[in-house]
Design a protein around this ligand. Structure first.
Ligand code: DHK
Length: 151
């Protein structure tokens, strides 16, 4: 059975492509999800994606995944800065966890630099645009195959 990676997207990320394209880029969430699925599949992993504008729906999805997945990549979007509930749900899992932000949250309004996720994450990728998701996937697959090489 291939190892399974769950990718979670928080609120307003369903509007990628339409939403502040100077910050979040021109591609849609579907474009990103398709690229992630293809890349994971080509490397022998399986990957599923889930987006919600609702905190409880994200908590439910994280709970449902218990025992079913091997790693989590999450852009909690605005919930990054507010959600103890998503943090607590993620803590149910003892798995590699990568936090992604399209923009550099440390370079924007002060409230965006605070993350309820970063201190429980394996690592964080910020400010590299949507390619951050693909970098996160590379890192996750390397972690899950225990690869430490630089190639
Ligand atoms: C996305 C959001 O929707 C914001 O609320 C965060 C994050 C930043 C991003 O850069 O991907 O503050």
């Amino acid at each position: 059975m291939p190892k399974h990676i769950l990718v979670l997207h928080g609120p307003n990320l369903n509007m990628l492509g339409k939403r502040e394209p100077q910050i979040y880029g021109k591609l849609s969430l579907r474009d990103i999800n398709t690229a992630l699925e293809k890349k994971a599949c080509a490397a022998g992993f399986s990957l599923s994606t889930f987006q919600s504008n609702h905190e409880g729906a994200l908590v439910d999805r994280v709970q449902e995944a218990l025992g079913q997945i091997h790693g989590i990549i999450i852009n909690p979007a605005a919930f990054t800065h507010t959600s103890v509930a998503i943090r607590d749900a993620l803590l149910l899992h003892d798995l590699p966890l990568i936090e992604v932000h399209i923009s550099n949250i440390h370079k924007r309004e002060a409230f965006r630099s605070q993350s309820y996720i970063s201190d429980i994450a394996t690592g964080q990728i910020v400010g590299l645009g949507i390619r951050g998701y693909l970098l996160a996937l590379d890192a996750m697959m390397a972690i899950l195959t225990d690869k430490e090489d630089l190639m």
